[in-house]
Design a protein around this ligand. Structure first.
Ligand SMILES: *[C@@H]1O[C@H](CO)[C@@H](O)[C@H](O)[C@H]1NC(C)=O
Ligand SMILES: *[C@@H]1O[C@H](CO)[C@@H](O)[C@H](O)[C@H]1NC(C)=O
Ligand SMILES: *[C@@H]1O[C@H](CO)[C@@H](O)[C@H](O)[C@H]1NC(C)=O
Ligand SMILES: *[C@@H]1O[C@H](CO)[C@@H](O)[C@H](O)[C@H]1NC(C)=O
Ligand SMILES: *[C@@H]1O[C@H](CO)[C@@H](O)[C@H](O)[C@H]1NC(C)=O
Length: 181
């Protein structure tokens, strides 16, 4: 009896704050995040024409494919932009998927009253991305930016906060300080 009264009091208190019990907080994904909604998916009915099969990472060519044998710089620029547009489609998809997992991590940290921002984890992510980008053919410095040394980690943290506000607690705030603007 005492416990259920306490529980009711807690629920009333939480409702008054516009909050649910943090331990029940789970991430609700956008209706746009579906297994059929991926780059090149036939279900998108897109008329866009890509220079390679954007459903398959192994089909992404190496950039020298755009080097003009006759040294036609206009043709090279146009070619590069076509591939950049296709790769952006893939990056956008992977980024949205990645943000979904960031939001799951955010809800988990919120549910266990753990700080969303973990600078040691952020450093690990940036260093890991730097190594991966280097491995695939660009530089560590550019990879670090992709991994969070620039803005990406802050954008993800803000997304975690927004999804917690939507799914769990409209009053939840974290001061995500961007050091990258
Ligand atoms: C889903 O994608 C469409 C098309 O880009 C967009 O207009 C819409 O706002 C998205 N819906 C949500 C809930 O994000
Ligand atoms: C694609 O076309 C099919 C058949 O016309 C339709 O059922 C589906 O909703 C369309 N998908 C999108 C994303 O517009
Ligand atoms: C593109 O790649 C996907 C994934 O490997 C494959 O399922 C699909 O059949 C390919 N499409 C074409 C047109 O080759
Ligand atoms: C260079 O490429 C552009 C774009 O493909 C083309 O319009 C132009 O005629 C080319 N110039 C020469 C000198 O071949
Ligand atoms: C959550 O953590 C904060 C900071 O460590 C602490 O002040 C607070 O009491 C904790 N709340 C709960 C419900 O454990």
């Amino acid at each position: 009896m005492a416990i259920s009264t306490l529980a009711l009091l807690f629920i009333a208190f939480a409702a008054a704050l516009g909050a649910c019990d943090p331990s029940t907080c789970t991430f609700t994904h956008s209706p746009n995040a579906t297994s059929q909604n991926y780059p090149g998916s036939p279900s998108l009915n897109t008329t866009a024409i890509y220079p390679y099969n954007i459903s398959a990472l192994s089909d992404v060519p190496i950039a020298t494919i755009c080097t003009s044998p006759t040294g036609n710089r206009t043709a090279e620029l146009a070619c590069a932009r076509t591939y950049i547009d296709a790769i952006d489609e893939q990056l956008a998809f992977l980024y949205a998927r990645r943000l979904g997992y960031a939001a799951v991590a955010g809800a988990s940290k919120f549910a266990t009253n753990t700080s969303l921002n973990d600078p040691s984890r952020n450093d690990v992510v940036a260093a890991g991305m730097a190594a991966k980008v280097l491995k695939y053919g660009a530089t560590e410095a550019a990879g670090k930016v992709m991994g969070g040394e620039g803005c990406m980690i802050y954008a993800a943290l803000e997304y975690e906060v927004e999804t917690i506000q939507q799914d769990c607690d409209s009053t939840f705030t974290v001061d995500v300080e961007r050091v990258c603007d």
